[in-house]
Design a binder for this molecule. Structure first.
Ligand code: FRU
Length: 460
């Protein structure tokens, strides 16, 4: 057996120890990004759910804090948080603005929605004892709340997992909730639905779009869990989809994404970089679970209709150290113990093939290629992943037909590879537990000459 490489991420968030899953309560407030998350303080598999906590001034450098919402009469399942500027909740005192978290209190026979609040910008949280929404159901969870200015009320998207339905509720004060409408079942329904969100984005042309997203498990595009979305309209009561369901991510490891509340001018989200299919067996005993890179989410109006796009947050450029530029085929040596970012652009008129092979001392670990209108990512079986059902395999997505420059943007960390292509229209997020550290990348162009090409490699 090979000695296991160090899989601890260099530029992705993971706590020092133990298990994490979904991001929760994402919030930007007074210069700090708050990242709460499903956390088991006592082990490296799912259980004893609390909200763990990290904060960052820039979405890049994270600091871990003590548990924010400990388990008590129930486990603390997923949910969201808002700044209640007008003190609609009445939790504020002496002019202090409450942060309000809305989460699912989980017991084996009931999931209902509870509030907790903080009057010191998230340092200490107080539980509000009574549930604010109890449908007397075993599966009813993951409230995501936002302020809807046109109707001057809070809106909550919450999921009925077994029914594959998202219910929208409205409230003037975060305490009293009235049902507005039900969305689904529609789209992919091959697994239970989890972690819904309804949000609006404004793109650089000033056009606004509504996005409905929900995760499902199993039934994802390549087995295990996945995430789908619709674009459409929201009138304050009902979301009406104007597109079919599409996948948000064509990799295997992007789940339970939610957006940060309180980021005016842009929409940012991140996800748990994992798949329920094998999350509890990934080869990092003692600490399991990592967050994806934060991404700016927007919608572009393509000739074929509107489409969701994702781009790594621009703050990540602060990590760029040494850069290397080249064009044409190349064989690049990577530095062990460093993160790597690759940016490739080439002439969009060309039906060219680009292929990147990620190689370690023991051989080929992964392939990313654009060929014949398809983006393809291959993860090869490894010594340390052979017990992970569904790890090895190939992920495919249609490459968007866009005029002008084509682009690929990749982030390689110690145990992950994120790929953004076609102006962020196609994304693949994948854990990557290579046999040995990747020390070489071969960049190849096949079939045709690449024109106008420009490649940059940055150490991070
Ligand atoms: C999604 C999920 C949520 C739930 C939480 C429990 O991964 O199953 O539906 O609230 O994780 O940890």
């Amino acid at each position: 057996t090979l000695k296991r490489p160090n899989y601890r991420p260099l530029f992705h968030y993971a706590p020092a120890a133990n298990w994490i899953n979904d991001p929760n309560g994402l919030l930007y407030h007074r210069g700090l990004y708050h990242l709460y998350y499903q956390y088991n303080p006592h082990g490296d598999t799912h259980g004893n759910m609390n909200w763990g906590k990290a904060t960052s001034p820039d979405l890049v450098h994270w600091k871990e804090h003590d548990v924010a919402l400990p388990q008590h009469a129930h486990e603390i399942f997923s949910g969201s948080a808002v700044v209640d500027w007008r003190n609609t909740s009445g939790f504020g005192r002496d002019g202090m603005i409450p942060l309000v978290a809305c989460y699912t209190g989980h017991t084996p026979h009931n999931q209902s929605q509870f509030l907790a609040y903080s009057l010191d910008d998230g340092e200490r949280w107080t539980y509000h004892p009574e549930p604010v929404l109890d449908a007397q159901k075993t599966d009813f969870r993951d409230p995501k709340v936002f302020w809807h200015q046109p109707t001057e009320q809070w809106i909550m998207a919450i999921v009925h997992p077994v029914e594959r339905q998202i219910e929208l509720f409205g409230s003037p004060n975060l305490h009293d909730w009235t049902s507005l409408s039900v969305f689904g079942p529609v789209g992919a329904t091959g697994g239970i639905w989890e972690v819904p969100e309804l949000f609006s984005v404004v793109n650089e042309h000033g056009e606004s779009h509504w996005v409905m997203k929900v995760d499902l498990n199993p039934g994802g595009p390549f087995g295990g869990s996945g995430v789908q979305y619709w674009l459409g309209e929201f009138d304050g009561v009902t979301f009406s989809a104007r597109t079919p369901a599409r996948w948000v991510d064509h990799g295997k490891d992007f789940y339970a994404a939610i957006t940060f509340s309180g980021t005016p001018g842009r929409t940012v989200w991140l996800a748990w970089m994992n798949n329920w299919q094998y999350a509890q067996q990934v080869p990092t005993p003692g600490q399991r679970g990592t967050m994806s890179l934060p991404r700016v989410v927007t919608v572009q109006n393509d000739p074929e209709g509107p489409v969701l796009t994702q781009a790594p947050v621009p703050e990540l450029t602060a990590l760029r150290q040494q850069e290397e530029n080249w064009s044409g085929e190349a064989c690049l040596n990577l530095q062990a113990g460093q993160g790597h970012e690759f940016r490739l652009t080439w002439d969009g008129q060309d039906a060219a093939t680009v292929r990147l092979k990620f190689i370690s001392a023991t051989g080929l670990e992964a392939i990313v290629e654009v060929r014949e209108g398809i983006l393809r990512l291959v993860r090869t079986a490894t010594e340390h992943t052979k017990n992970l059902d569904g790890y090895a395999g190939e992920h495919l997505a249609r490459w968007p037909e866009i005029a002008g420059m084509q682009d690929l943007h990749l982030f390689l960390d110690s145990s992950s590879l994120e790929v953004f292509g076609g102006g962020g229209r196609v994304v693949m997020t994948n854990l990557l537990y290579s046999n040995q550290p990747i020390t070489e990348v071969e960049v190849q162009s096949i079939d045709t000459e690449l024109n106008g090409q420009h490649w940059t490699l940055s150490l991070m």
